[in-house]
Design a protein around this ligand. Sequence first.
Ligand SMILES: Cc1cc2nc3c(=O)[nH]c(=O)nc-3n(C[C@H](O)[C@H](O)[C@H](O)COP(=O)(O)OP(=O)(O)OC[C@H]3O[C@@H](n4cnc5c(N)ncnc54)[C@H](O)[C@@H]3O)c2cc1C
Length: 399
Amino acid sequence: MNTNSQYPGHVDFLIVGAGFAGAVLAERLASQCGKTCLIIDRRDHIAGNAHDRYDEAGVLIHQYGPHYFRSNSERIVEYLSQFTGWHPVEYQILCRVDGRDWQFPINLNTFEQLIGRPSTTEEMEATLAEWRIPIEKPANSEEVIISQVGWKLYEMFFKNYTRKQWKRDPKDLDASVCGRIPIRTNRDNRYLAEKFQALPKDGYTAMFERILDHPNIHLRLNTAFDAATGQLVPGDSRNSSPDSAIRNPQSAIPLSYGHLIFTGMIDEYYDFRFGPLPYRSLRFEPETLQQEFFQPAMQVNYPNDHDFTRIVEIKHATGQKLPVTTIVREYPEDFGPGKEPYYPIPAPDAKAIYDQYAALAEREEKVSFVGRLATYRYYNMDQVVGMALTEFEKLRGKS
Ligand SMILES: Cc1cc2nc3c(=O)[nH]c(=O)nc-3n(C[C@H](O)[C@H](O)[C@H](O)COP(=O)(O)OP(=O)(O)OC[C@H]3O[C@@H](n4cnc5c(N)ncnc54)[C@H](O)[C@@H]3O)c2cc1C
């Protein structure tokens, strides 16, 4: 990876965004096709929203919320394994409701907590069959849950959490939002269902450093792509991490490239001409405590109380051994000036706006839109890696 002092003036690819989408494409194009790439990011660090760092107490934290890597794709795990070893984790979370910690996602253990005695899969299935509201094709997030577990469990665990997180009623969100969460009648306490569940052994940022470590890849941080002018401009410091290891000074640089890969907000790229797309933002409030652990699990959800949705203690997942711990409270917020667009909103009204931008994007010959913000999809990390690998094959075919 080269700093801007070695930037050659012309590159084959300008890549906007040093998250999974941008980094994977830079690596493939450089290592497989010998292409030169300039990758920029408006933040002062690499790894996008997956960025992790050691805080002042020495605790490895996920700066933009917990990132639980999981995948069912051997191809994607194999690809990333070139750049990292793995720390296997069974992600477990709890839900605090009425002052009590409930096993979550709902499973036989949750059911036993609810009825106050030991039970069986058969009994749970028979009970859910009575509670379920028959809906053949659930059309939204309320329907997808009540059609599996009925109103009571929906109201305990899903309704208010979803409203707090999205500031929308679950009825007004795609079925995929709540439908992502498994509902089980066995004792599997894992939060997620995918075959492979692990964190990069030395963290995400270390993995990205290795992905970008190629002489054809030039990195420029604190630098934004201004789509209105097509210029590189100073990035903002909205998310400066105080201990960022990689900093580049600002100076104007000549911009000459063959193809643009854009992984930022597609509405920003088109100067909001069809109106802004809606996003949800978050505020993270970290607190370091002089004790080994604060809570019994990596994540505790608070669906019905407080303004925050969850408290995350990532040390449970990273396996770091330290006498202190850092917890992070996560507060959902509106997106606006100075805020990060963390979540595209999976809802029909947002899709209608996105479709107009997507139609423009499809006509571009020298611009690729890749990643979560550029395709306005609520994708997980492995899906974004998959998308970048597919885009790479397309670009290789073209050249
Ligand atoms: C709170 C939260 C929790 C998550 N948890 C998980 C999880 O547990 N598991 C999972 O698999 N996924 C999770 N995700 C999703 C994961 O973050 C994304 O799938 C992944 O980061 C997408 O990578 P990307 O490259 O598309 O985008 P990003 O990581 O957002 O990277 C895009 C980069 O582009 C930069 N950029 C944008 N516009 C410009 C511009 N104009 N000029 C310069 N730079 C620009 C941004 O600064 C950013 O660094 C979570 C997301 C959030 C927000």
